[in-house]
Design a protein around this ligand. Structure first.
Ligand SMILES: [Zn+2]
Length: 471
């Protein structure tokens, strides 16, 4: 049992609300929400000092934004097996520093997570660390063998809400259909990493040539001190990008077709092209057909595909895309095709990055990147971003959280929307992930995460924050 926590003088923002007010937490859940009340909530709330019910905590938010904590549908904490890149503890610390209290970790660890028991073991270790509520995805085929899907029938979606082969594609359509059919029976969401494996070798060769010609050029990619990319490097990266766009689009089409046939819940991970997004849009429309019982479509986009374009010569899968694709993703947010922002947090060592390992360490900067690129620039409002980062991911995972609503889990984040900071990965910069491979290093971002709460308990507080009085 925990005592009450009262947060007052806040700007309460979720999918459905943007109002000054206060919120009361009891026993890890939101006990009451008081929009419109600027000071202490009446009656049920804190009366300060000894009058504080349950001897609980009172926080004067001093006008800061209180939102539901963020929920990441897609992260790589690299544990077990690659803990030199990240582990459950460093990943959890980075997550809460980014305002996340729920994280789904992908199965491409060593060993691959291919059973409910192995997933439960990771979840149990994360719960002992006690920072985030970690759900471990199980692979679609056993040990990524591309064949065996027999383990999927024993999955309980309450414990493993999402399964995925992320990091690679299931090449065989019949195996993918078998996996999706098994998940249609259990109700688990199938998250698809759409990338035609027959095309990736060509792209890999082009990227290798680009790397030997000086790509890529951002701090934290392991190429510091090398000369910048030459014309040939940029040409190779662009050619690789085109191949990987075809690889994404063809498998997005295939996976949506197979999911429709299986009648499963399908989630398209890291959508990055206009074409793939339009395929998702059509499939969502088709899924409203009542004869397609069980077929439900959702998709995610990453902060880096929303904020960056292929003008940055970086190596990530899917690749950074031309501005026209980026604009299509933003249109997809506006028309509701895009359900979620998911980080695809992919920490690597600098040596691995220098060798061409794809991906960015992004869970800590996700909110600020999206806030700066989308909300600060007035493309969307903060309620829409909250829907993308909290309410919609919670609905996809069927978790009772993601809104500021009585009875839901008190997973909360306090942010200063006008606060600015420069992303730093050095000692003393507050960078928590073991992977410093961020393309945003040195960038000035808006939207500072001040504090994160899970089930009403403080799991993160920004050390240099004086804006909010947190006892
Ligand atoms: Zn992926």
């Amino acid at each position: 049992m925990t005592g009450d926590l009262v947060i007052y003088n806040a700007r309460l923002v979720d999918r459905d609300m943007d109002a000054r007010g206060s919120l009361v937490v009891r026993d890890g859940r939101i006990a009451s929400v008081h929009p419109g009340a600027d000071g202490m909530p009446e009656g049920d709330g804190c009366r300060g000092g000894d009058g504080c019910p349950g001897g609980g905590q009172c926080i004067d938010a001093r006008g800061a934004v209180l939102m539901p904590a963020f929920i990441d549908l897609h992260a790589h904490f690299r544990d077990p097996g690659y803990t030199f890149k990240e582990d459950l503890e460093t990943g959890s610390r980075a997550a809460v520093a980014g305002g996340y209290a729920t994280v789904v970790c992908m199965a491409n660890t060593n060993p691959v997570v291919s059973s409910p028991e192995a997933a439960a073991a990771v979840r149990e270790r994360a719960s002992r660390i006690g920072l985030v509520d970690l759900y471990q995805a199980v692979s679609l085929t056993r040990d990524f063998d591309g064949l065996d899907t027999s383990h999927l029938s024993s999955i309980d979606p309450a414990l493993v809400p999402l399964v995925s082969e992320d990091g690679r594609e299931v090449a065989s359509p019949s195996v993918m259909l078998a996996a999706m059919s098994a998940c249609a029976r259990t109700g688990a969401v199938v998250s698809c990493h759409c990338e035609d494996p027959s095309l990736t070798d060509g792209a890999r060769a082009l990227r290798a040539e680009a790397l030997s010609s000086g790509a890529a050029g951002f701090a934290g990619d392991g190429t510091e001190g090398r000369p910048g990319p030459d014309a040939r490097a940029l040409e190779c990266l662009s050619a690789a990008g085109e191949i990987l766009a075809r690889a994404e689009d063809s498998m997005t089409a295939r996976n949506l077709d197979l999911a429709r046939e299986a009648g499963c819940r399908v989630h398209i991970a890291h959508v990055s092209t206009a074409r793939s997004l339009s395929l998702v849009r059509q499939a969502k429309f088709a899924s409203r057909d009542a004869t397609r019982a069980g077929f439900r479509v959702s998709c995610e986009v990453t902060p880096h595909h929303l904020a960056l374009t292929d003008a940055l010569p970086a190596i990530v899968n899917p690749p950074l895309r031309p501005q026209s694709d980026r604009e299509a993703l933003i249109d997809g947010i506006l028309d509701g095709t895009v359900d979620a922002v998911a980080t695809d947090h992919a920490p690597h060592t600098l040596a691995d990055k220098a060798g061409g390992a794809p991906g960015f360490s992004g869970i800590q900067t996700s909110f600020s990147v999206c806030y700066t690129a989308l909300v600060r620039s007035a493309l969307i409002d903060l309620s829409r971003l909250s829907a993308l980062m909290s309410a919609n991911p919670a609905a996809i995972l069927s978790l009772p959280r993601g809104l500021l609503r009585e009875g839901l889990d008190a997973d909360l984040v306090l942010v200063d929307p006008d606060g600015e900071f420069v992303v730093g990965t050095g000692p003393g910069d507050g960078w928590e992930s073991r992977g410093i491979n961020t393309p945003f290093a040195g960038e000035r971002l808006f939207g500072v995460v001040l504090a994160t709460f899970r089930h009403g308990l403080l799991v993160y507080r920004r050390s240099d924050s004086t804006a909010v009085n947190i006892v």
